[in-house]
Structure formats: structure tokens, C-alpha cells
Design a protein. Sequence first.
Length: 138
Amino acid sequence: MNIVSEIRMPADWYSVKINKRCTLYLNVKQKVASLSPVFPLHQSKMMLETILGQSISFGDLDKQIKKLEQDLMMQSNHFSAKNYQLIDENALQSVKKFELQLQQEHSKFEEEIRACLDQHNLKLGEDREGYDVVRGNQ
């Protein structure tokens, strides 16, 4: 997983990749732009040490990156599990509502059939195998 691609830009900020090493960050509302060269980690260590004048260890940087990855993964898992739970509950409610509608429709249909059969002196019954059959009234 590329952690950099997972980080979203703040509101109103857009990133435009100029080439492999250079990205332009724009804020249209504030009319601000920032140009950022992108360096591999081994070069960024040298750049930061030069700019800040202090030594940075890759071990600390790796720990921070791993911690950030774990935090993002935990947040992702938490929201995913919560969403699936909501989806399951919603699906279950939808199925129950659909079953109730089917039962109501079946009851209405059965009443209409019985009324129609009664007009013709017929009744709805079951044969030996449990199938519905129409018989004449005796």
C-alpha cells in the first residue's frame, strides 16, 4: 500500500504532477501555489540534514511511517466493519419488509382466488401430495 496516495489533500487544495520529481500544489480560493520536488528517502535524508542542520535516522523515520500505516489501517478496518454491520442490518430489514409484502400480496391473491372460485361453486384444496387443486363443491 502506498501511504502517500492514501493521504488526502486539505479542502480547496489540488496537486498537479508536473513530472516524476516535481508536484505543484494549488489553493484556488486563496490563490496560493507551492512547488515541491519529490526525492527518494535516501536523498531526502541528505536534504533535510542540510536544511535543518541536524541528523535524522532512518530508523526513527521508519517507525513513524509504520505507526502511520498502522493507524490508517486500524481506522480503515474500524470504518469498514462498522459499514458492513450497517449494511447487514439494513439488508436484513429490507428482506423482512419484502417478506411481509410478499405475505400480504399472497393473502390478497388467495382471497381473490377463493372469491372467484366461490362464484363458480368451486373450492381450493390440497391433493395427497400437498399441491393445491380446484374441486367442485358437493
